[in-house]
Ligand binder design. Structure first.
Ligand code: HEM
Length: 517
């Protein structure tokens, strides 16, 4: 109560509270209602909202404020509820830990995600993209009459990125694209954990808010525990393999070039952890290394497949862009360009940027202030008493809401047509976008600062390999009227069909093989 009465945010403009327990949080996550855009027009880019139990919280789109929050990682941590849910699935992986532990993990992991390491994985991206293309051609679009076929592309892209993260992440074959294979043990375990955190029921939501309730076991928690045990068992085997391969290669044994072993993220992590420039005290324990296996799965699988799903959707709505992109890529006389050739295609690059600007898979990020602080502002605000404020005082425990997607769709930054899909806009980047504190592309889709997405290069090359392969081989149209497509916030923001809500997420496309005229 004292926190509510003494909150320095009380003088900031902001919406009324709609619920004693949830505050404004439920409206904020309802993407369909476009609430954030309405509120930022009404109250400005920085305003107060109410979090759980009507606690004052800060929403900000201000570059300077965001830069402050994202770079002071010791003062702004992930909310405990988010860490609790992720931690139950991942253990103490890099997505979950904070402070010294996080710095230590990032230090050992960073070398695995460099340009050279991703270059070495490009053949895996193409192998699986081509496998997807061939499976679609041979088993899904079997009609030879040239008629387009309706296909929900989401599960296909999801299988492709699962296969990629398995192989490139820890040298494991999921064979998710194999029509004849049953889902294997690891993919079943992974599905079980994701399903148990998706669409949380009321009791699980309450467990997040009231930690004591977490001690009450439910069917959901038991499922998660079982699935986690399976992931850990298989992960331990993969870790042992990775260690053996690294030791063998240090001993001069040659690893066959066609094998992924030794190039996958887990092996690179093991190698970096053994490197002589890492002091003994800074090395990761086996448990810490193991926790990165489900971390890679959660962080690197649906994110990239969802982004690619939205890219295909956007291309169906801009047929001239789809054609121009296809022309650029067909000019390259190979199915498997090198990473450098792929990354040098200018229009493909603009299409990927424009997709991640309009359809950032992670639309919001939240943080909690762990101490009292003063946040500087680029754009001063006028509070409800008429005072102009150049900085904002906040107290320990204040939630901060970073509206990743709202910022990249903002008219103030991207102009009056900010909600239109127009890759050409990337030829001249507006001045207002230059200061967005993101690690990539003047966007916050991969966040910024020391906790920015470690896998952003990995996902960009993977996404481009997918688009390169699919757009050269197929023509895509939307199978339902465009107004029927909505989006819904799950772990990532996914599309669904409004007239078929029971099917949850899907992206029905009409697909036919491309034939040059
Ligand atoms: C389009 C695809 C992707 C998007 C949009 C994306 C987005 C993000 C975002 C927004 C964060 C910050 C989350 C937060 O701090 O609250 C993040 C963190 C992370 N991402 Fe990605 N990601 C993508 C692909 C990948 C891939 C392919 C991998 C791994 C192979 C990956 C691994 C990670 C990891 C390990 C973190 C935690 C980093 C840390 O806390 O230090 N991501 N990602």
């Amino acid at each position: 109560v004292t926190r509510i009465l003494s909150s320095p945010l009380r003088a900031l403009p902001g919406p009324k509270t709609s619920h004693w327990l949830y505050g404004n949080t439920r409206e904020m996550y309802n993407v369909e209602k476009d609430t954030l855009s309405k509120w930022s027009k009404k109250y400005g880019g920085t305003f107060r909202y109410k979090s759980f139990f009507k606690q004052d919280a800060l929403f900000t789109m201000d570059d300077r404020a965001l830069n402050h929050v994202l770079t002071h990682v010791n003062d702004y941590e992930k909310p405990e509820q988010a860490r609790y849910i992720l931690g139950r699935i991942l253990g103490k992986g890099v997505l979950v830990v904070e402070g010294q532990q996080h710095r230590q993990q990032r230090r050992v992991m960073n070398p695995g995600f460099g340009n050279a390491q991703i270059r070495d994985l490009t053949d895996v991206f193409f192998e699986k993209a081509i496998k997807l293309r061939d499976t679609l051609l041979s088993s899904v679009i079997t009609d030879t009459s040239g008629e387009a076929k309706r296909v929900d592309i989401m599960p296909w892209l999801s299988r492709m990125t699962l296969d990629v993260i398995g192989l490139a992440g820890f040298n494991y074959e999921f064979n998710a694209l194999d029509m004849n294979e049953k889902p294997n043990e690891l993919s079943q375990a992974f599905e079980a954990t994701v399903n148990s955190s998706e669409g949380l029921d009321r009791f699980s939501s309450l467990q997040q808010i009231f930690p004591l309730l977490r001690y009450i076991p439910t069917a959901r928690t038991r499922n998660t525990d079982n699935a986690r045990a399976t992931m850990m068992r298989i992960g331990s085997r993969l870790l042992a393999d990775a260690k053996a391969a690294v030791i063998a290669s240090e001993g001069g044994e040659k690893i066959e070039k066609s094998s992924v072993q030794g190039r996958d993220l887990l092996s690179l992590l093991v190698r970096s952890n053994m490197a002589t420039d890492i002091p003994e005290s800074q090395r990761l324990s086996d448990d810490d290394v193991l926790a990165q296996v489900p971390t890679f799965l959660v962080a690197g699988h649906e994110t990239t497949s969802t982004a690619t799903t939205w890219a295909l959707y956007a291309l169906t709505q801009a047929p001239e862009v789809q054609q121009k992109l296809r022309r650029e890529m067909l000019e390259m006389g190979t199915d498997t360009p090198s990473m450098d050739e792929l990354m040098a295609l200018p229009y493909l690059d603009a299409v990927v940027r424009e997709t991640l600007r309009l359809h950032a898979p992670v639309p919001t990020v939240r943080r909690i202030a762990v101490k009292d602080d003063v946040i500087p502002l680029e754009t001063p605000i006028t509070d409800v008493d008429g005072n102009v404020q150049h900085e904002i005082r906040i107290v320990k425990g204040t939630p901060i809401y970073i509206p990743v997607l709202e910022i990249s769709r903002s008219e103030a930054v991207w102009g009056a047509d900010s909600r239109a899909f127009r890759p050409e806009r990337w030829e001249t980047i507006p001045e207002a976008a230059a200061h967005v504190p993101g690690v990539w592309g003047h966007l916050l889709c991969f966040l910024g600062g020391p906790r920015a997405c470690i896998g952003f290069r990995f996902s960009l090359v993977e996404m481009k390999a997918l688009l390169f392969t699919l757009i050269r081989s197929f023509e895509f149209e939307l199978a339902v009227p465009v107004n029927d497509i909505g989006s819904i916030a799950k772990i990532v923001q996914v599309p669904f069909v409004r007239s078929e809500p029971e099917k949850q997420s899907q992206m029905p496309l009409l697909i036919k093989p491309y034939q040059a005229s």
